[in-house]
Each structure stands twice: as C-alpha cells, then as structure tokens.
Design a protein. Structure first.
Length: 125
C-alpha cells in the first residue's frame, strides 16, 4: 500500500471516528441520568415508607403520606429535568457538525502531509 493510500485510509478512519465517540459518550450520560433518577425516586419511596411506619397516630401518618408524596413527586420532576437536559446535550453533541469538520480537516492535513512526504521522497530518487 502506498503512503498516500495509507494516509487516505487513516484520514477517513480518523474523520469518521471522532463524531461517533462523542455520540456514544453522550448516550451513556443519558442512560446514567435515567438510572440515577430512578434510584432517587426509589430512595424517596423507601424513606416515605419508613417514616409512615414510625407514626403512631393517624394525623402523623397523614402528614407523612402527604410529605412522602410531595418528596417523590419532586424527585420525579428533578429526574425528568435532568434526563431532558442530558438528552438535549446528547442531541446538541450529535448534531454538531463542527466535530465532523474538524475530523475532515485533520484527515485532509494528514493526506496532504503524506502526499508531500511521498513527493519529496520521489524527488530525492
């Protein structure tokens, strides 16, 4: 394989690999935010159950049920916001053409350098 062909293959592989790695990292962050939200909601539910079991009167139980419901709903809302933010960041990263252009520019530079080196070595012969 000639140096020019090697450089071309390397440039194409480099250019196509940059946007994909960013997209995979972002989708991982989205899944992590979803899992974290589920864990937080479940933690609030466990805490609410524990507080209700400690109550001795109906009034205390009502108060804890109301408070537990409010806390669970608050955690669900926070989980939705965090997931939406992660998804928005994921789509912003995925649709960002600058990374593709950067990869193409690097690939073109590598091809140009390989061509110059190849031409220089042919001139020396």
């Amino acid at each position: 394989m000639t140096p020019l062909a090697t450089a071309t293959v390397f440039g194409v592989a480099l250019a196509s690999g940059l946007p994909q790695s960013a997209a995979h990292a972002s989708s991982w962050e989205v899944r992590q935010e979803i899992r974290e939200g589920i864990r937080e909601v479940n933690r609030e539910k466990r805490e609410a159950r524990r507080e209700i079991k400690r109550c001795k009167t109906k009034r205390c139980a009502r108060r804890e049920i109301r408070e537990g419901y409010w806390e669970v709903q608050r955690e669900k809302g926070e989980a939705r916001r965090e997931t939406r933010r992660a998804l928005r960041d994921h789509y912003d990263d995925r649709n960002d053409g600058r990374k593709l252009l950067t990869g193409l520019a690097i690939g073109a530079a590598v091809v140009g350098i390989a061509t110059a080196v190849s031409n220089a070595s042919e001139d020396d012969d």
